[in-house]
Design a protein around this ligand. Structure first.
Ligand code: ATP
Length: 512
């Protein structure tokens, strides 16, 4: 299916109709950028977490998992740089009262000029046909040259203003470019202000600055502050890693695109501590390991891209994103960052406590370097759902919506369906339910024609349907219907458990 807003809209509507994701507090008209996971969404989310957690911890004997608290000592965020630098430049339109990110307004302005250039090139391509030389055209056409110069000038000024936190410079640039509110056309702008993305609240009964604490904007710092606790109590030797899954909060100025950008979301992060000088080797190891984890799910090799960061954060010496082809195009799904000794070093400085590793091989103490892998659970959920969603035309001319989620991740593994609601078939079906329900998340369904029951299961991604018919009573066999091929196979009830265990096995997925 093509990438489009249309596809995203369909995924959103399907998520709601079938109990995957609901807008938060919907009876009060919802809360922007907050979502609730429904009965199937919660199962799918748990399965994704389990896939990640097992791949990180059990498959790596030198990685352990923790669960740190969301509230942390406020100095944590001073040390990490979030208090001073976790900002976006914000601007309001005085007439429309709409709020925008100043850098995004400028980027959109640049994109518009780029589109003009593209149009000019398209026109020339049509005119000159095969003999068209784009490179030459770009280098000589006066309209293209003029527009490219404009882009270069705006980009140059924007970069300079952002790097020096020159907020007045950003405002002047918006005015120079005559950028108007995209919704109303008004150019009546406020000053640009820095907007810190951290949510603040107050601790206990203490009010004022002394009592301010933050909702963590990333889970990573909970790992860094526990580096020594884990290393000592677990007698960990370098290289080793600490993994964590948990909520993070960012007061995103513009949160759109469903669960792609939320204000409350979940991260799955792992910090891998290594000897300084070996970090590039581990950076490459983790790039390779993480992309294999993604590709094992069969969501299309062509749907992943590495994107190296052009501008590195001040603490990083290498960084890239794994981008996924979401319905909105290729966008960041996971980040892999070589963070040097920045975080542990900063916590040493601010806490006055030594956060060092004593290397028994060299008899030296040093601050380890860190490779981080950081993936948004909700983005992984959206990737899984949008890659799985398919509207399929069947041979008999009918249509079905099917979620082709990997069986190991599917929220419901099987449905048990008696063909009719009489003659002992429901009782037989119930026996099967009882024998399998503790090992597999399953559903019993005896309503409507069996074809309609199959469609309902297809729509929530159930990989297998077990049908109990009159032959079952005679010979103790049932049919297993495969969601993707719609083929049916007759098997003995005694073998059901082992057949299904193999088919929906997480272990098999992990072993590759
Ligand atoms: P972006 O550039 O999209 O804002 P980021 O570079 O700020 O993302 P990181 O700080 O590297 O993101 O966070 C690690 C991961 O957390 C991201 O790869 C993404 O999957 C997830 N993530 C970050 N912000 C959000 C959000 N607002 N909603 C959902 N997931 C998020």
């Amino acid at each position: 299916m093509q990438n489009s807003d249309d596809k995203l809209k369909k995924v959103i509507a399907h998520s709601k109709e079938y109990g995957f994701v609901f807008p938060s507090s919907e009876i009060y008209d919802g809360l922007s950028a907050a979502y609730d996971y429904g009965q199937y969404g919660a199962e799918l989310k748990n399965n994704i977490k389990n896939y990640w957690w097992t791949a990180m911890t059990r498959m790596h004997q030198n990685i352990v998992g923790i669960d740190a608290s969301i509230f942390m000592h406020p100095t944590t965020w001073k040390a990490s740089g979030h208090v001073d630098a976790f900002n976006d430049p914000l601007i309001d339109n005085k007439d429309s009262k709409k709020r925008y990110r100043a850098d995004v307004l400028l980027e959109d302005y640049i994109k518009k000029i780029e589109q003009k250039i593209d149009k000019e090139i398209e026109k020339a391509k049509n005119k000159f046909g095969e003999s068209f030389n784009e490179e030459q055209f770009r280098a000589t056409n006066p309209n293209v040259l003029r527009n490219q110069e404009k882009i270069n000038a705006v980009e140059g000024k924007m970069k300079a203003a952002l790097e020096s936190s020159d907020l007045e410079g950003l405002k002047t640039l918006i005015e120079e470019c005559e950028i108007a509110d995209p919704e109303t056309g008004s150019r009546n702008w406020t000053e640009v202000r820095q907007f810190n993305l951290m949510f603040k609240t107050e601790l206990g009964a203490v009010s004022g600055d002394a009592g301010i604490i933050y909702l963590r904007p990333e889970t990573a710092q909970g790992i860094f502050v526990n580096f020594l606790n884990v290393q000592k109590s677990g007698r960990m030797k370098l290289p080793f890693g600490i993994a964590q899954i948990g909520k993070a909060f960012r007061n995103e100025i513009i949160a759109r695109q469903f669960i792609f950008r939320m204000r409350e979301f979940e991260q799955m992060e792992m910090q891998f501590f290594v000897k300084p000088g070996t970090e590039m080797e581990w950076y490459n190891y983790w790039k390779d390991t993480r992309i294999k984890w993604h590709k094992a799910l069969g969501m299309g090799e062509e749907n992943y891209k590495f994107h190296d960061h052009l501008k590195l954060a001040h603490y990083a010496n290498a960084a890239c994103d794994i981008e996924f082809n979401f319905p909105m195009g290729f966008k960041e799904l996971e980040g892999i960052h070589s963070r040097t000794d920045f975080d542990l070093g900063a916590h040493e400085k601010h806490s006055g406590k030594k956060l060092r590793y004593f290397d028994p091989e060299t008899n030296e103490s040093y601050v380890p370097y860190v490779i981080e892998t950081s993936i948004g659970l909700d983005r992984m959920f959206l990737a899984t759902l949008s890659a799985a969603y398919e509207e399929e035309k069947l041979e008999d001319g009918s249509e079905r919506v099917v979620l082709r989620i990997h069986p190991a991740l599917a929220p419901v593994k099987l449905a048990v369906l008696p063909l009719v609601k009489k003659d002992g078939l429901p009782e037989k079906a119930q026996e099967i339910v009882d024998s399998l329900k503790l090992d597999f998340n399953l559903q019993y369904d005896d309503k409507d024609a069996v074809g309609r029951r199959y469609r309902r299961q297809d729509a929530i991604g159930t990989p297998y349907c077990i049908t109990i018919d009159y032959d079952t009573i005679q010979d103790n066999t049932v049919t297993i219907r495969d969601r993707d091929t719609m083929q049916q196979e007759r098997v003995s009830i005694d073998k059901l458990h082992s057949i299904l265990s193999e088919k929906v096995s997480m272990t098999k997925l992990l072993r590759g």
